[in-house]
Design a protein around this ligand. Structure first.
Ligand code: CDP
Ligand code: MG
Length: 690
């Protein structure tokens, strides 16, 4: 028996180390109503439950606690509840738990509210960008993306309403997680009472702990928690997973995944299959193959489900619902199922060996999303997903030789392979001026930082001293979007087209407004033609939005036009929020009534850095970026595909066999010098034009 202080109270509470916090539990069991017994049992069966007492002890006594544990051991859903039960959310304080992914935020928040028997949005809530399901008066446990927590620091730099902040999935090393970790380390010095819980995969735990090691020689009189981080490892109860490798390199991983699924289904006993592919396109292609393959479809009991971040809510629920007896689920997922979400019942994993990753090249200033090999660490995580309910099998669609000799041990933190424009402006807005000297968990390259400063300077967001300009810099920082989009919104005020530009910004912040059904590409292309604008994709979005509004926001209309109804409803919601933000910033809400020149000029004011020119005598649509002469093409999904105007601006780049520009508009090159005289000199444009 040991004695601990229950945080927030003066009363010592006895906790039995062996049994794992029985006394803390008494209050909970009395308040839990009928029907909760089984949920309670489930909670107690999770590996993390045995560590409940130790976790609470460590959090009480250490400023930072790093918790390592397998996916599914209960870290995300249980630790915030333990903290609340132990009193960390008393006296109006809150417990925050961050996730790198929006879908994970929604999913765990709804699971935890269910476990606690409360309505989502009350005691347990969540916030993701443009969606706040919390109630400031009653929410005690809040799940949120790390990006949203960074935003909250703009109003509350010390995050004073939180008593404990749990940074979950820290091993993913997402850009926002790393910025957050750097800032939390600073906050800790000002708020000794704040506690951090960092949850991470094994490989990153030590470096996380050493990053947060703030201990100097402890002075005798120094009170409060130890500044030295604690590491606790939750022993899971994962089962053995047998690994199989491809005998030879696989030329087409989608096809290989499909045939692997089919042979597992033929030869192996029941148990769900989890397939890792790279993105929505891959996933849809695989589903199409699986459902068209009559050999497979004739077999009863197989049902195939997609899992990726833009998935509608109802489809998400299907993935998490239990598999009926005797049936077999096949979940085809992006790496969201690698660590962020637990899927019960998976016995077989098929790993294609790739994921979509961001890569930024400061020399060309192009950031693109590339299908790239995963690391050994990821491959192990993926394999581990097979051993949750019983011994499992993992099928790697690459050779053992490749795994051993060519796969890198770890991934590269996103910080070191991203465009840093958003990161820099956020730090500036928080008053951190010495960006190069900032204490990062992994330092970004000086070239990338300098590029970011250069772009921000050209956007008029920072001045000669690299300080945020007033008011433009502060306004851009205030809008929760990419700085280039924010700048486009600001500029729309000058061009009298804020209503239109806000619509465009809303459309660009969701995945797609089109509804793509397998096998109906032709109908979709025809539908697109009905709205297609000669000026480009952004203006096409305006046409779709107009049609949607005129139809009375009808789902029937959406259906007929291959427009995604849920996405359009979301666009309207985001529009309303952006309009409110614009009003607060003093941007006049005004429509240009179809003057697409004004709209395109406003877009140019934000995206001038992405300007490209069609190569003279190019018959295959080759463009080069003005800044760095990179070869790019218009993506086939763009309405300007094959139209090939001379001068264009793109919103983003995706690479497959080539670098493709997505969401493209045509511009007049003179707008570039008007928008960014420092960036483009007349001379430069003229020489390019020859
Ligand atoms: O965070 P960690 O991977 O350690 O585990 P967790 O997400 O807290 O999951 C613990 C348990 O809760 C697992 O058995 C999950 O299956 C279950 N869970 C669930 O049923 N539904 C969710 N949306 C999230 C978790
Ligand atoms: Mg988790």
């Amino acid at each position: 028996m040991s004695r601990f202080w229950k945080p927030g109270t003066e009363k010592p509470v006895l906790v039995d180390d062996e049994e794992g916090g029985v006394l803390f539990y008494s209050s909970l069991s009395s308040s839990s109503g009928y029907g909760h017994a089984s949920i309670e049992k489930q909670r107690q069966r999770l590996p993390v439950y045995k560590y409940r007492t130790s976790i609470l002890y460590l959090v009480e006594n250490h400023a930072t606690t790093v918790i390592v544990g397998e996916t599914g051991s209960g870290k995300t859903t249980q630790i915030p509840q333990y903290l609340k039960e132990a009193g960390w959310a008393e006296g109006g304080r809150m417990i925050a738990c961050t996730q790198p992914r929006r879908l994970a935020v929604q999913s765990v928040a709804s699971r935890v509210s269910e476990e606690m028997g409360v309505k989502l949005g009350e005691e347990v809530g969540y916030t993701i960008r443009f969606e706040d399901i919390t109630n400031a008066d009653v929410t005690r446990i809040k799940f949120l993306t790390d990006g949203v927590l960074l935003r909250e620091m703009m109003d509350d730099p010390l995050l004073s309403k939180y008593s404990v902040i749990m940074v979950d999935e820290a091993h993913e090393r997402s850009l926002s997680t790393d910025i957050l970790l750097g800032l939390l380390k600073k906050i800790q010095r000002r708020r000794p009472e704040l506690r951090l819980v960092i949850s991470s995969a094994t490989i990153e735990a030590k470096s996380m702990a050493s990053f947060f090691n703030n201990s100097r020689k402890r002075q005798e009189e120094e009170l409060g928690p130890s500044k030295e981080p604690a590491i606790l490892s939750v022993e899971g109860r994962g089962f053995n997973v047998q690994t199989f490798y491809a005998e030879e390199p696989v030329p087409d991983y989608i096809r290989a995944a499909v045939s692997t699924v089919s042979s597992i289904h033929d030869e192996e006993p029941v148990g769900d299959i989890l397939v890792f592919l790279t993105g929505q396109d891959d996933i849809e292609a695989a589903i199409q193959m699986l459902t068209e393959d009559t050999e497979v479809t004739r077999k009863p009991g197989l049902f195939v489900l997609p899992l990726y971040s833009g998935l509608p809510r109802a489809d998400q629920d299907l993935v998490f619902s239990p598999t009926p007896r005797g049936k077999r689920k096949v979940i085809i997922s992006t790496n969201i199922a690698e660590t962020s979400l637990t899927l019960e019942g998976v016995v077989y994993v098929v790993d294609c060996g790739f994921s979509k990753q961001r890569f930024y090249n400061p020399m060309t200033d192009i950031e693109n999303l590339v299908v790239a090999p995963i690391s050994k660490a990821s491959a192990r995580q993926r394999a581990g997903r097979a051993g949750r309910v019983r011994p499992g099998k993992c099928y790697r669609l690459y050779t053992e030789e490749y795994f051993l000799n060519e796969m890198s041990a770890h991934g590269i933190p996103e910080m070191q392979r991203s465009n840093l424009v958003s990161c820099v402006i956020q730090l500036k807005a928080l008053g951190i001026d010495n960006i190069l000297g900032f204490d990062w968990p992994a330092s970004p390259s000086p070239e990338a930082l300098i590029r970011a400063l250069e772009v921000l300077y050209s956007l008029g967001v920072i001045d000669d001293d690299a300080k945020l300009t007033s008011p433009a810099g502060f306004q851009v920082a205030e809008i929760p979007l990419d700085p280039m989009i924010s700048k486009m919104i600001l500029a729309s005020s000058d061009y009298g087209c804020s209503e239109e530009v806000i619509t465009i910004a809303a459309v660009l912040s969701i995945q797609s407004i089109w509804f793509s059904v397998r096998g109906s590409q032709k109908e979709l292309d025809e539908a697109k033609l009905r709205f297609a604008a000669a000026e480009g994709d952004h203006v096409t979005f305006l046409n779709v939005n107009k049609g949607f509004i005129e139809s009375g926001k009808s789902s029937n209309w959406c259906h007929k036009n291959h427009v995604n109804y849920q996405a359009m409803k979301k666009v309207q919601e985001i529009r309303q929020q952006l309009r409110r933000i614009a009003q607060r910033l003093g941007i006049a809400l005004k429509s240009c009534e179809g003057d697409t020149r004004a709209v395109r000029k406003a877009i140019t004011a934000g995206f001038f850095a992405n300007a490209c020119r069609l190569e003279a005598f190019s018959h295959n649509g080759l463009y080069k970026t003005i800044r760095s002469s990179q070869e790019v093409y218009i993506h086939p999904s763009s309405v300007l595909f094959r139209v090939n105007p001379k001068w264009v601006i793109f919103h983003s780049i995706v690479s497959t066999d080539r670098q493709y520009m997505r969401n493209v508009i045509s511009i007049d090159p003179s707008w570039l010098t008007e928008a960014a005289p420092h960036f483009y000199q007349h001379q430069q444009l003229k020489s390019r034009a020859q």
